[in-house]
Ligand binder design. Structure first.
Ligand code: PLP
Length: 285
């Protein structure tokens, strides 16, 4: 793979980052993941707007203007002949030459890196079979709206899920589901209404979540943005998760108990179909 590091496109084995990089020592870094379909970025303006917001919240400088970042992303997609998958980008506060908690001054420039990941989005098997989930305590920090690389809690949640015969975890705080370990969580109630948690510092403001709410509106699907409990999820008609790299995946069981009839739900399938149609259309496939 060709990767991007601080102004250069290089072979992945030639990309070197200092041991004193603050991303490495303090997780002092933010990231974004944009989907690529038909060789084109999907909803990238929204991802770059969230990146700017994450940077601003941490007083972290954007290495260049969003429009320039997009040019670099597109060049990386072309260099790697990526048709379907994602572009990962990360900006850390850079290498301050030692381990020191204090922010370095303006003279230290951010470390900006990007790489591509090929992966099926439209025909991913999990989108058909659905996934099994378990619930775990949400032990993350209190600013989940900032997309930082401090991802140990979700790694532990996924590892716990795998050890308990599941694919992923739903995170629970005060009896309420915040989101999934790397995606937003949704339930469908008995009347067919889509329910997802409202925006706050408790969850990441998912770009796919926002697009789905917009599509639900346009397609006259009922939805509500409100917190929901683990019990509600357990007895929901359907559960699904959303993210840039899954789009929508149905959830067929939670803590070993079937959701609905234990098969991917109809409303989930319909919403996925609407999203996929939009995604294919805007990427010119
Ligand atoms: N929530 C968390 C914790 C995530 O890590 C992600 C994506 O990685 C999402 C939600 C979904 O966000 P998006 O739709 O922007 O990919």
């Amino acid at each position: 793979r060709t990767v991007y590091l601080n102004g250069e496109f290089v072979a992945e084995q030639d990309a070197k980052v200092s041991v004193f990089d603050r991303g490495f020592l303090f997780a002092d870094a933010v990231y974004e993941v944009s989907a690529v379909l038909n060789g084109r970025l999907l909803d990238n303006a929204a991802h770059l707007a969230r990146l700017a917001r994450s940077c601003q919240a941490l007083d972290l400088r954007l290495p260049c203007a969003p429009e320039e970042i997009e040019i670099l992303q597109n060049r990386l997609i072309a260099e790697n002949n990526l048709r379907e998958g994602a572009v990962y980008l990360q900006i850390s506060r850079g290498n301050s030459g030692d381990r020191d908690f204090d922010f370095p001054g303006e003279t230290v420039s951010p470390t900006f890196l990007m790489f591509t990941q090929a992966r099926p989005l439209i025909h991913h098997p999990k989108s058909q079979t659905g996934i099994r989930m378990v619930s775990v305590d949400d032990i993350r920090w209190q600013r989940r709206d900032i997309k930082t690389v401090g991802l140990l809690a979700p790694c532990l949640a996924k590892e716990y899920a795998h050890k308990h015969d599941a694919d992923d975890a739903l995170l629970v705080e005060n009896g309420l589901i915040t989101e999934a370990s790397s995606s937003n969580a949704w339930i469908v109630d008995a009347g067919g209404t889509l329910i997802t948690r409202p925006l706050s510092t408790h969850i990441l403001h998912g770009i796919t979540r926002q697009a789905l709410l917009e599509l639900a509106k346009q397609n006259d699907l009922r939805f509500e943005e409100r917190p929901f409990t683990l019990e509600e999820a357990q007895s929901a008609r359907e559960i699904f998760i959303s993210s840039a790299t899954t789009f929508i995946w149905p959830v067929v069981s939670l803590n070993g108990k079937a959701i609905g009839d234990g098969k991917p739900g109809d409303i989930t399938a319909k919403l996925r179909e609407i999203y996929v149609r939009m995604a294919v259309e805007v990427t010119g496939g």
